[in-house]
Each structure stands twice: as C-alpha cells, then as structure tokens.
Design a protein around this ligand. Sequence first.
Ligand code: HEM
Length: 231
Amino acid sequence: MAESNTSNARIKVWDLPVRLFHWTLVLLIVVSYLSGRAGGDWIKLHFWSGYAILTLLLFRIAWGFVGSTTARFSSFVKGPVASLAYLRNLVTGRPTYDAGHNPAGGAMVVVLIFAVLAQAVAGLFTADTDLGTVNGPLATLIADKWVDRLTHFHKFWVTVLWWLIGLHVLASLVYLVWKRQNLIGAMLTGHKPHAHVVPPGQPAPSLGFASGRLALSLLAAAAAIVYFVVR
Ligand code: HEM
C-alpha cells in the first residue's frame, strides 16, 4: 500500500486502476455490442474487444484480493442481510456513509463482474453460422451440443446484461437526484466529499492504496493468460 488519502474536504476513495477499469469496461461493452450486431468483418473487432474485456475482468478479480482497500472484495462483499439492512436505511431516509461501495452496491458489483465474465467466456465457445461460420477460439474443443448451448446463452445473456446495466445506471442516478450524492463523479475523479464518507466530526478513514506497478503487473499477467487461452 503506497499512498494515503488524507485531504481536507474531499477524500480519495477510488484508485486509478479501478476508475480506468470501470470506464474502459463501459467503452468495451459498447464496442462489443455494436460490433457483434454489425457482424461481417466487424466480428474481428468483436473478438478483440471480448479478449480485452476478459483481460480487464481477470485483472479486476485479482485486484479485488490484493488491490487498494476500497477495491477489495473483503471491503464491500457483506452478504444479503447487510445489503437488505442498508437498503432499509436508504428508503427510510437515514443518512448513510460509505468510502467505497455500499453493501447493496457491492452485491451489484459482484453480480455485474461475473455476469460480464459469463458473457465473455461463453463467447470463446460460440459458433455462429449466420455470420459465415465464425467460431470462438475454443469452440472446437467441446461437443457440438455444448457449442449450441453456449451460443444460445451468449445471444440471450446480452439482454440480461443490459437489464443489469440499466439497473446499475438507474441506481447511480437515484443517488445523484434523490440522495444528492454524485457517485458517478467519484468514479471519475476518485474523490468523495468528507460528509458522504463519515458522519460529521469524524476523521477520514485510513484507506490504503496499492501501487500502480502492482496494477500493471497484474494487468500484464491477465493479458498473458488470455493470450495463451485464445491463441
Ligand atoms: C457497460 C456498462 C457498465 C458496467 C458493466 C459497469 C460495471 C461496474 C462495475 C463492475 C463497477 C464496480 C467498479 C469496481 O469496483 O471496480 C461499477 C461501479 C460504478 N459504476 Fe458502473 N458499469 C457500467 C456503466 C456505468 C455507467 C454508464 C455509469 C454512470 C452513469 C456507471 C456508474 C458507476 C458508479 C457510480 C459506480 C460506483 C458505485 C459505487 O459508488 O458503489 N456505470 N460499475
């Protein structure tokens, strides 16, 4: 853990790797969707974008174990009881304070990461005769009936993903409009107002931030794993 997060009115909560992960993932999901819909030669872009998504997700899962405090699964995976208690506080209008993901948001984050991972992994085994027999790189390794099943899953799951993403964006907008907390801005700048992180008069929590060099090493390792799987 390299730096600290102390400052007067605003507190650094998100490290650069988490922010870059998030907005690159958003961009790649749009690219994957559009290139998948377009078909033809765009399918090459669809493959590359899928590999990049897999790399990002492997990186993020590793970062969830060894990264900065707020990036760690242990800091935001709290289980259904805590998530429901948090939602109850939210709807009853009680003030809530969170440095990183709140317990309900944390559950949504895990669902999103694994839902996108399922889509990308299924893509590796997908074969599409509509597109002129384009095969995912691992489609020849499994029986045809499994290729069919995973191809159907890959086509169907994209709709589930859009619903999950819609819910996720809606939650961010509800926070913005109803709770007057700009979580989107925090995901861009990395900082939240002190008053949204801890109750008045309390000191800033001590958050650790892992080094950029560790992040780059994990990203390189993730890219190498994806390369060896798909080459
Ligand atoms: C392709 C669509 C998207 C996906 C797959 C996605 C996924 C995710 C994931 C996995 C995280 C957790 C980040 C981490 O801990 O590493 C996250 C956080 C977040 N996302 Fe997205 N996101 C998407 C689009 C958006 C958009 C369009 C917005 C803004 C309107 C947004 C706003 C946020 C915010 C505010 C957080 C932080 C939530 C918190 O403070 O707990 N996301 N998103």
